[in-house]
Write a protein that binds this ligand. Sequence first.
Ligand code: RB5
Length: 146
Amino acid sequence: MKKIALVSDHAGYFLKEKILKFLIKEKYDVKDFGCSSEEAVDYPDFGHPLANAVSAGEYETGISICGTGNGINMVVNKHPGIRSALCWNEEISRLARAHNDANVCALPGRYISESEAYLIVKTFLETSFEGGRHERRIDKISLKMY
Ligand code: RB5
C-alpha cells in the first residue's frame, strides 16, 4: 500500500484535515506531519520534515498545502530527490505524475474547493509515470547534471 505523508501550514489546515479523512476512507496509509490548528505557523518548519521523509524513501508520496501552494512547494523542492508540483486542477495533477513523475503534490488551500482537492489528490495518487522521453527530461532536472 502506498505510504503518504501529508502536511500543511495554518492556511492549509482546514483542507489538510478534510484530505486526511478522505485518504483514510480510501484506505491509504497516511501520516499527518502537522500543523495541528489554524494558529499561524511558518510553512518551512512543516515542509522540511515532510520533504526529508519522502527524500529518505520513508514515504512514496507527499501532499503539502499552504495558502497559495507556492511557499511549501519551494521548500520541499530544495530537497534531493523531490519533484514537487503545484497542482491546482485535475489535468495539471495528472500531467505532474505522467510527465514529471512528481512525488509531492502541492495544493493551494485558499484557492481550491474541497471537492476539487479530492479530485486532484485522487488523480495524483492513481496516475503512473509514462517514462520514455519524460524519463530523459526528469534525469536532467538535478543540478548534478550541470
Ligand atoms: C500564509 O499566510 C501564506 O503566506 C502561506 O500559506 C503561503 O501561501 C505561502 O506561500
